[in-house]
Design a protein around this ligand. Structure first.
Ligand code: 5RP
Length: 218
């Protein structure tokens, strides 16, 4: 199986966690794109979706799935999203697609976070993938200096403006021994909107695409 086939296998398997007549939380990325395509096959059985990005919203609507504003939704049963890295403790790095803030908001509302990814995303320790940090544009240099004090090497993601009108710093070489503590520490820097560590609210279920097909890890 190719990496994309493993992503697709995980995405299809995740349909098993979608309950009928519910609003589904939908993440962002190439793995989620497979999930959206699969979700369209049961679109008449769900109420619709809440989306974590303009990109996913566009794809959902193009396939005839209604997209609700999160503010009009009191409950999300399941949130399905990919990850750039995930540990055995279900802590993740996300934000490779720059959608981390909306992803974190929808994940916070959802009862269950189902992470879908291929096996290359499983790591013993987070941090090989540079940690994305969404930053208010005028605070970019200040936040970068603060991130250097934490031991990281921030790199401005050129040409990228988030759906919220902000910029991304990708932080290389961080020593992420305690993801929950680092998540809080970085979020406390003035000018940071959020960072791509999903440890305080990690995944509840991992659907992993492997060379032998998809398997559910809880
Ligand atoms: C987007 C994300 C994605 O979930 C993450 O980047 C994984 O993407 P892909 O499924 O394309 O490998 O966090 O902000």
């Amino acid at each position: 199986m190719t990496q994309d086939e493993m992503k697709k296998a995980a995405a299809l398997k995740a349909l098993e966690f979608v309950q009928e007549d519910t609003i589904v939380g939908v993440g962002t990325g190439s793995t989620v794109n497979h999930f959206i395509d699969a979700l369209a096959t049961m679109k008449h059985k769900i109420e619709g979706a809440v989306s974590s990005s303009e990109e996913s919203t566009k794809r959902l609507r193009a396939l005839g799935i209604e997209v609700f504003d999160l503010n009009s939704v009191s409950e999300i049963d399941v949130y399905v999203d990919g990850a750039d890295e995930i540990t055995e403790h279900m802590a993740m790095i996300k934000g490779g697609g720059a959608a981390l803030t909306r992803e974190k908001i929808v994940a916070a509302v959802a009862k269950t976070f189902v992470c879908i990814c291929d096996e290359s995303k499983q790591v013993p320790v987070l941090g090989k993938f540079p940690l994305p940090v969404e930053v208010i544009p005028m605070a970019r240099s200040y936040v970068a200096r603060e991130l250097v004090k934490l031991g990281g090497d921030p790199e401005y993601r050129l040409g990228v403006v988030t759906d919220n009108g902000n910029v991304i710093l990708d932080v290389h070489n961080l020593d992420i021994i305690d993801p929950t503590a680092l998540e809080a520490k970085i979020n406390a820097i003035v000018g940071v909107v959020t960072n791509g560590l999903f440890a305080h609210r990690g995944a509840d279920i991992l659907v992993l695409g492997t060379k032998n097909g998809a398997k559910v890890v809880k």
